[in-house]
Write a protein of this length. Sequence first.
Length: 290
Amino acid sequence: MKGTSALQPSPFIKWAGGKQAVADKIISFFPASSTVDTYYEPFLGGGSVFFAYTSHTAVLNDSNRWLIDTYKAIRDDWVKVAEILISMPNTKAAYLHIRSLDPFTKSIYERAATFIYLNKTCFRGLFRVNKQGKFNVPYGAYDRRYFDPENLRFVSQTLRKTQLLSTDFELAISEIGEKDFVYFDPPYHPIGGYSDFKRYTSEQFREKDHIRLASLCAELDKKGIRWVASNSDTPFIHSLYQNYGIHKVGARREINLDSQNRNITELVITNIPEQDRIQSLKTEQLTLAL
């Protein structure tokens, strides 16, 4: 895990369910990055955990193609993306016009700039699409810059050793090996029933998908491949992962409109023995130093 550094990139978008506030807690359950050949993250989202954990070889995936194209564009030429962003005015009229356009008729750099622009100017930074896959969040009227040039440059550098995919989560890890490690952060199992709040793509992630993910984790465990998964604290998730280490961590969801319901409990689930986790390794190193 990286230490705090001005050279450490951070997420350049706001993402519902983002892990920036709890990344260090989650990473404490990970293996030391020096013991990992390739890091896999099949549900990338805002990338908080990836940016905090490692800068070496990684396979990153998200089913949201527009999001992955944004990462690709920043990796390949962040300056071009920044130049386009600077030219985009923050007004309601401009927002509604840009929102109405099909991003896939644009170049990958214009598409990336549009993604970041909408994320920074829409209501509460919520990425949501309808069943047709069209972005439909209202204007937010926020007076803030769209990006930090220095951070975008560090993000670009960090992404140079990554393979970026937009496919099903099982296909995304099809080449994973025994010395690799995967972190799963799927759309969470809802505590109070399904809704369209977390519609990142035109499809929903439902209970059958959670069951498929749990089955995949069981297959990886049989092969001796290390994994960590995050999810909501529900009886259904507990039942799916009852044979593995289940840990509760406190989290805060700033995107929730009800400020009293922003503090929640989430689960970190893993097949990694306690003695092989970063948290235990750090404790052991401290003991040896003393």
